[in-house]
Design a protein around this ligand. Structure first.
Ligand code: C2O
Length: 575
């Protein structure tokens, strides 16, 4: 663990340290460029007593943790030695004018083919906290993911007590099968893909599973009386998760790449795509304490992985359990019930910006997007295994998003290639209905399309995201690429523009890149379209994006000097 965080001392660090001794130079920004090689390759990985050929980065699961400072530049050379197409997405990085480095396949780039390579170059601008990176091609992100840690600029402190230790806690999801085969099988049958076999913490399931060995549990050694910053990331494919640590309360200090008003909790709910930074103090009697996560499953009656992953917080002074004979069983924290929406909501609603923020108030573009599932009739001559012989699908505003295959949308936009996408994504649902009521079957079959919504550079946008009860209501973690946004309010039922605006928090709403739209409810977000490019908007449950729960914003260039997307890099993969 600790090795993740030992900054290699180097000459430039020493030099910059010296410079900072002189107040004269204190305004000097010590931005660094970090070079990394990511080799995407198949490696044998053993989990749950079975060895599977698994796609990893550099043979690591989770992949490498990248540690940078606000203002630094990353140059990551990705080499694809795997048999699948791959791309890497830097989840939550704003990518100001560098959409070519964003990563979603066929949206901002064509995939890196087997044998190919591509170098992602981008700068972290005014973001601090925990982000992460993951593959953005089919279901490769099940095993191709890692942490991206953004520290404050050199000599800038955290806005909270300096932690003695920082530990990434990456929650993942594991199939006792090749995840690519799981999703391919589902695409053939039209049924929901098989649920996973385990969740993981830093790549390991923990010891509550049927078949595990001691090395399958991550042990985190701690000293008594330390303050520790846990950077919790939900990298699971299809599940929101509850997370708790036995005996230890957590003080939330950040979410996604933004600081938050501190509050203390014994449990948190984290959706795929989201990150939560918490401080804990090791103030308990020396011993062994489980940290644990299991699903928050909001869709009624839908099958889900109901297992619990664990890691062990182990006080060093408690001694090594294996030396003294029998290891004492660690204490397990209490997690809310799988369907405990009350606990999920109570937690989420406490997340606020640290102080008053500038929320856009003069709205130029008012949008209302439904998000939800659907069922389509089986094509003639096929046998479909979705409910009543149908196929599962999903949509936003009745459009089920289909990726292009011959150009990425951004390339087609930049080069003016026609026929790849259209710009008629509807601002409001084509048909209005009682979204969370009894929806007529005629509205269950969305239209497959590749539509974007155009935004003028600099426009202020309000977007209502509305869950539907088509097939089943569900909490959808909605993510916008290239942006973060203020979450002004959320609620249950249908959004009512007449009364629900009274709930808008225009003072200290949280700044996020992924919002969990409540099950059978809505969220309202606002942002300024200040980053030109093509930006995917989607549900971060991969099963839903696979079914088409996505769309894209096309943000036009502005007229100012730094208001246009940069030209594409020379090595950008073509289709
Ligand atoms: Cu983690 Cu398309 O995103």
């Amino acid at each position: 663990m600790e090795s993740y965080y030992t900054l290699r001392p180097c000459f430039s660090h020493l030099l910059l340290g010296l410079l900072f001794l002189f107040p004269l130079y204190s305004s000097f920004t010590a931005a660094e460029v970090h070079y990394h090689d990511f080799v995407v390759q198949a490696n044998p990985v053993k989990r749950l007593c079975k060895t599977l050929n698994t796609i990893t980065v550099n043979g690591q699961l989770p992949g490498p943790t990248l540690v940078v400072r606000n203002g630094d530049t990353l140059v990551v050379n990705v080499v694809n030695r795997a048999q699948y197409n791959v791309t890497i997405h830097w989840h939550g990085v704003r990518q100001m004018r560098t959409g070519w480095a964003d990563g979603p396949e066929f949206v901002t780039q064509c995939p890196i083919r087997p044998g190919g390579r591509y170098t992602y170059r981008f700068t972290i601008e005014r973001q601090e906290g925990t982000l992460w990176w993951h593959a953005h091609s089919s279901w490769l992100r099940a095993t191709v993911y890692g942490a991206l840690i953004i520290r404050p600029k050199l000599n800038n402190p955290y806005p909270f007590v300096n932690p003695k230790r920082e530990i990434p806690i990456i929650l993942g999801e594991w199939w006792d099968a090749n995840p690519i085969n799981v999703v391919r099988q589902a695409a053939i049958t039209g049924a929901a893909p098989n649920v996973s076999d385990a969740f993981t913490i830093n790549g390991q399931p923990g010891d509550l599973y049927k078949c595990t060995s001691p090395s399958d549990t991550v042990i985190i050694p701690v000293d008594s009386g330390e303050t520790i910053l846990l950077r919790i990331i939900n990298a699971a494919l299809n599940n929101e998760l509850f997370f708790a640590i036995a005996g230890h309360r957590m003080t939330v200090v950040g979410a996604d790449a933004a600081y938050t008003k501190p509050f203390t909790t014994s449990v948190l709910m984290i959706a795929p795509g989201q990150t939560t930074n918490v401080l804990i103090t090791t103030n308990q009697p020396p011993g062994r304490y489980y940290m644990a996560a299991h699903a928050y499953a909001s869709a009624q009656g839908a099958p889900f992985d109901n297992t619990t992953t664990t890691a062990i917080l182990q006080y060093k002074s408690a001694g090594c359990p294996t030396e003294g004979g029998q290891a004492s069983k660690p204490i397990l924290p209490t997690l809310p019930a799988f369907n405990d929406t009350g606990s999920a909501t109570a937690f989420t609603s406490k997340i606020r910006s640290p102080s008053r923020v500038k929320v856009p108030t003069n709205i130029d573009v008012n949008l209302f997007f439904t998000v939800g599932l659907g069922l389509v009739n089986c094509p003639p001559g096929q046998r479909c295994q979705g409910p009543n012989g149908t196929r599962f699908t999903a949509s936003m505003n009745n459009n089920s998003f289909v990726l292009p295959s011959t150009f990425s949308i951004l390339q087609a936009h930049y080069l003016g290639v026609p026929g790849i996408f259209t710009t008629d994504f509807p601002a409001v649902p084509p048909v209005q209905f009682d979204y969370t009521g009894n929806v007529s079957r005629a509205l269950w079959q969305p239209i497959p399309s590749t539509k974007v919504f155009k935004l003028k550079y600099g426009s202020s946008v309000q977007l209502v995201l509305q869950d539907t009860s088509i097939f089943s209501t569900e909490n959808h973690p909605m993510h916008i690429h290239g942006y973060h946004f203020y979450v002004l309010a959320d609620g249950f039922g249908n959004f009512n523009p007449g009364t629900d605006t009274a709930k808008f928090n225009l003072i200290d709403p949280p700044l996020r890149n992924t919002v969990g739209v409540p099950v059978g409810g809505w969220s309202v977000i606002r942002f300024v379209a200040d980053n030109p490019g093509v930006w995917l908007v989607h549900c971060h449950l991969d099963v839903h994006i696979t079914w088409g729960l996505a769309m894209a914003f096309l943000v036009e260039n502005g007229v100012g000097k730094l208001q246009s997307i940069e030209p594409p890099p020379a090595d950008l993969p073509v289709c």
